[in-house]
Design a protein around this ligand. Sequence first.
Ligand code: C2E
Ligand code: CA
Ligand code: CA
Ligand code: CA
Length: 279
Amino acid sequence: AKAQGKHRITEYNPQMGEENLRRISMEQQLRDALRRQELSLHYQPKLSVCRHEVVGMEVLLRWHNPVLGTVSPAQFIPVAEQSRLILEIGEWVLEEAMQQNLAWQRQGLPLLPMAVNISALQVHQHDFVPRLISRMTRLGYPGSRLELELTEGVVMEGAIPVRRYFEQLRQLGVRISIDDFGTGYSNLGYLSRFPLDTLKIDRSFVSDIDAQPDKQQIVRAIVQLARSLSVSVVAEGVENQQELACVEALGVDELQGYLFSRPLPAELFSHYLGATRGV
Ligand code: C2E
Ligand code: CA
Ligand code: CA
Ligand code: CA
């Protein structure tokens, strides 16, 4: 694979040149994004089935750059990972999100857990967990209001020390969820040994599920697996009533998607909470 990579670089390929340039310029801009305060966080509600009460939220990173405009995380997160900038950015996300959650608490809004996406590179730092714990201690942030969304890869590579780390976090009430579940290569043996709370079904299985029996089979299987592991299931990307009815019938526990709300900036999210919770 390495030789092939080398070959590709020497080959004349204007499109690849363009892509490289774009990536390099994105990386340069991203390097300064934190300092220039171009990053912000949006919050998307998670709701309970049936009653559709807000039971939590997911924190999603946003980037607006004067040169590049608004860049989607699907584009810049991979660049941040390749350049390892995600380490610094990830720290900022955790700090900013916890501060925001505490600010909502001071405003008397409902106390809700907040799910933060954590990149594999962050988890692979040997001191990720101790630093997270000291951050929570410094801020007075309760573990019960934090959930970490990890990818399947992180859990599957999860050597024993990694598992111990997460067990430590769970003792503080922090929840662990596997994001994009169903798209990776989960090994059931590993899965059952990893300290887990939630499986988050990938959006690709929810999209148009009402019209696609194969997707219904997959979601049914994931729900069964979750039951046997005693973890809960979240369906993300619920966009319409048909998809909602379908995932509810299949027995998922929580819902997230544009049908209820898009990810919102902090101020709009607190209005949404106030409106739905009668604050
Ligand atoms: P994800 O963790 O799977 O996040 C869910 C994505 O689905 C979000 O995209 C969200 O806006 C989108 N979404 C939610 N409901 C719907 C829906 O009903 N329909 C559709 N079409 N989309 C929906 P977003 O915000 O563009 O983020 C993309 C990915 O970027 C995330 O996927 C996550 O992997 C990554 N990401 C975002 N923020 C962070 C972060 O702070 N740290 C890290 N490491 N990754 C992040
Ligand atoms: Ca996520
Ligand atoms: Ca996902
Ligand atoms: Ca449909």
